[in-house]
Ligand binder design. Structure first.
Ligand SMILES: [Zn+2]
Ligand SMILES: [Zn+2]
Length: 767
């Protein structure tokens, strides 16, 4: 057959920062192997690059199209029904579709292929592909038994060795070597004799984490759970796209509802995705599902090694999983029969990716579900303003579970006004742990109960200041002051990781007057050990949780009552039931409240409600003490009163007034450059151009508001000066159209300026 005659055409996205897709021809044998979801090697602008087949085209009138060079994969990496989803992400978040796919696929697949080579270099599959192991089997057609060896002349364990192989028929070389120190020798000997055979076989890596909190037998549902499940089952059976917001207070039994919903979907022949906000939480969620669904569970998150992630991915593409559990990236699980997406703690900001493709996994999940005619369940005890508003206007169905299981009482919350301790003789002490909180901890310790203290700032102090001239020691790369860490005696930048020894003298006035001010979790622990020397205190934050499995260890000690007081950052607010924890203290509710971010109130309300939910999970009602300098703030009062609706109405009132989401769509255009003046200048030019675009635009310009440019609250980060322009629009469509025009003109404005533009659609990070 003539190789030059094209058989078919393929639409390709290349893994490069270029927009659009490209058509190539496929000839000869390759045409039979081509299918959507496989990677190909193509020549593009004089380079050989990886591309992804998005569509197969039978007829094409264009002439002069290039041939693809090769097809890389034996099987596709994503099903055809995901192509439209990738295209939506690319269009909405203004990110090249090839890079959207590259980011979605398991890392390690995207190795750079040197120009001129037709296939990835040797060893590539060994590093990231399926793991291969050597197995030892009895050669076919041979009869092997123990009479073949002479016990007098053989090693003592040879009999045992043969017995094991005859019995198990197939044993990995690794296991043989583990059992017999001379295993390698014995295998060699019997292979040479022609009785045993070595073979290389693919195996899936074992990604079992430490399994904790497993309950293999589902407890019976209460009437409220049953009612909610009935509605979910009904919608699942319709096989149409729909979104439910499940507003269930902490401890109302949402996880069991999730389990039953997945079970119903599975019985209908459809697959499910469950997303949780943190990798640590996937472990307990996956344990629960593995205990009940066994090997029909796959796990996807970024902490898996490239090989582990690859294995899971291939299992999913082969249809070997009914449910995929993971953090944000589980959104891309290549399921072809997707019927249900569950997003637990849907309000959590970790669903927003803050680099490359800046997607919001919760929002994108509803789009993927729509394209697959699937059901979405957004679960939360403190729903995001956006999702609750969608329920209010009828876009989502609202399901409510307002009672804790076994009718446990919600915790009693006290707000402590910290201004009342200002100026007291013990002010330094009282500013960390106020007398009422100290008293409560003392009583709790005396009763043998446990306490969790929450402070969303790690380190020992927040500032290292010269008492003479007021100069704070700052990070040279970022415009922020360094945090003092007692452990390791260093000053650390929490943005870029810059670390130095604390200087003896002030860099400005050269006096020896430096002192640490403010406090973080490390200092709280110090204080506790001073006040309660007999208490067993542990700390859980990013500094102490660096190592794999550490979070589980700390939680297990808490569960086993080996810890009296746990001090931690946001990490302690999420997760599990600890019946013996009867007191929660919030050291400072003001940290999140004072952020220059329109979501500051929302985040504070969520944090306080979540952390309060960590107490009173057993038979004894819980108690919560919140320390704040803003005791009359609506978010704090609503959290104290467990009143979501009141909080929602106040928050939406403010948002409506200021035209912030959910009453508008916003995008943040961030300009980053090495020179402050240059970055500022480019930002101003950009603003003028946007103004010009709007003048020419006929529709929608009245609905668009442009703010800035201004320096971002952190004016310099990792060595880059930062300016931002905020665009608000009443219609997401007009915003998208405007951003595309901005993207088109940006190349010209930015060219050789050394300034980079980042477009963040629906931004969360406002710092
Ligand atoms: Zn000084
Ligand atoms: Zn820094």
């Amino acid at each position: 057959m003539d190789e030059s005659i094209p058989k078919i055409y393929v639409q390709i996205a290349v893994a490069l920062p270029v927009s659009g897709t490209f058509t190539y021809t496929v000839t000869g044998d390759l045409a039979d192997k081509a299918c959507v979801g496989k990677r190909v090697l193509v020549s593009f602008s004089g380079r050989n690059v990886t591309g992804y087949i998005l569509r197969i085209i039978q007829h094409e009138n264009r002439k002069g199209l290039k041939n693809i060079i090769n097809i890389i994969d034996p099987y596709p990496f994503f099903p055809p029904n995901m192509v439209e989803f990738f295209e939506w992400l690319s269009n909405y978040y203004l990110y090249p579709v090839g890079l959207v796919i590259k980011g979605a696929l398991p890392t390690g697949l995207n190795v750079n292929i040197p120009a001129g080579t037709e296939m990835p270099h040797k060893g590539w599959l060994d590093r990231v592909g399926l793991l291969k192991k050597v197995f030892i089997t009895v050669k076919k057609g041979t009869a092997i038994d123990r009479s073949l060896f002479d016990p007098k002349r053989s090693p003592k364990n040879e009999g045992e060795f043969l017995k094991m192989i005859i019995k198990k028929k197939e044993v990995s070389l690794q296991d043989i070597k583990k059992t017999f120190t001379n295993g390698g020798y014995l295998v060699d000997k019997w292979v040479k004799k022609g009785f045993l055979k070595r073979s290389l076989r693919q195996v899936a890596r074992d990604i079992e984490g430490e399994n904790i909190f497993i309950s293999p037998n589902p407890p019976p549902l209460n009437s409220k759970q049953k009612e909610v499940l009935e509605k979910i089952s009904g919608k699942l059976k319709e096989k149409c796209f729909f979104t439910y917001l499940l507003h269930g207070v902490t401890g109302s039994g949402k996880t069991e509802v999730y389990y039953k919903a997945v079970k119903v979907a599975t019985e209908l022949g459809r697959q499910s995705i469950i997303m949780v906000p943190e990798i640590a939480l996937t472990v307990s969620m996956a344990s629960l599902f593995k205990a009940r669904f066994r090997d029909r569970v796959a796990v996807l998150h970024s902490a898996l090694s490239p090989g582990e992630r690859y294995d899971q991915w291939i299992r999913i593409t082969k249809g070997e999983a009914d449910v995929v559990i993971g953090a944000r990236s589980a959104l891309f699980a290549p399921l072809s029969r997707l019927g249900l997406i569950i997003i637990d703690e849907e309000h959590d900001s970790s669903y927003k990716q803050e680099e490359k493709l800046r997607y919001q996994a919760r929002d994108a999940a509803t789009v993927r579900a729509k394209l697959s005619k699937a059901l979405v369940i957004l679960g939360s005890g403190t729903p995001s303003i956006q999702s609750y508003q969608n329920a209010v206007i009828g876009k989502y169905g609202l399901l409510t579970m307002s009672e804790r299981i076994l009718k446990r009482e919600p915790p009693d919350i006290t707000v402590i006004d910290m201004t009342s301790f200002e100026g007291s003789p013990a002010v330094q002490d009282d500013s960390i742990i106020s007398p009422p909180l100290r008293q409560a901890i003392k009583e709790n310790l005396a009763k043998g109960k446990q306490t969790i203290l929450f402070l969303n700032r790690r380190g020992f102090s927040s500032l290292y200041l010269c008492r003479f001239c007021g100069e704070a020691i700052r990070c040279p790369n970022c415009e922020v002051s360094l945090t003092y860490h007692k452990q390791g005696n260093s000053l650390l930048c929490h943005y870029c990781g810059f670390r130095i020894q604390p200087p003896d003298r002030c860099p400005l006035c050269n006096r020896e007057n430096l002192k640490a001010y403010g406090f973080g979790t490390e200092r709280v622990v110090d204080k506790l050990m001073e006040v309660f020397p007999e208490a067993r205190v542990e700390r859980m934050d990013r500094d102490t949780m660096r190592y794999k499995g550490k979070v589980q260890q700390v939680l297990r000690r808490l569960e086993n009552c080996e810890t009296d007081i746990l001090v931690g950052t946001q990490m302690v607010t999420k997760g599990h039931d600890f019946p013996n924890v009867t007191l929660v203290g919030v050291i400072s509710a003001d940290l999140s409240l004072n952020n220059p971010d329109f979501r500051a109130g929302e985040i504070t309300f969520q944090l306080l409600s979540q952390v309060a939910g960590r107490t009173g999970r057993g038979n004894v009602p819980g108690r919560v003490i919140i320390q704040t300098f803003n005791p009359s703030h609506y978010a704090i009062i609503a959290a104290r009163d467990h009143d979501y609706k009141k909080y929602f109405s106040q928050e939406t009132g403010l948002r409506r007034q200021l035209n912030y989401p959910p009453f508008s769509s916003i995008a943040n255009l961030r300009l980053l450059g090495n020179s402050r003046t240059k970055t500022e200048k480019i930002a101003q030019q950009m603003r003028i151009k946007i103004g010009n675009i709007l003048i020419k635009q006929s529709k929608g310009k009245k609905d668009i508001e442009v703010l800035g440019p201004v320096e971002t609250p952190v004016a310099k980060l990792k060595g880059k000066y930062r300016q931002q322009i905020l665009i608000k629009s009443r219609s997401p469509r007009y915003l998208n159209q405007l951003l595309k025009k901005v993207e088109n003109i940006s190349a010209q404005i930015l060219s050789s300026s050394g300034v980079r533009l980042i477009m963040d659609v629906d931004p969360y990070q406002m710092m």
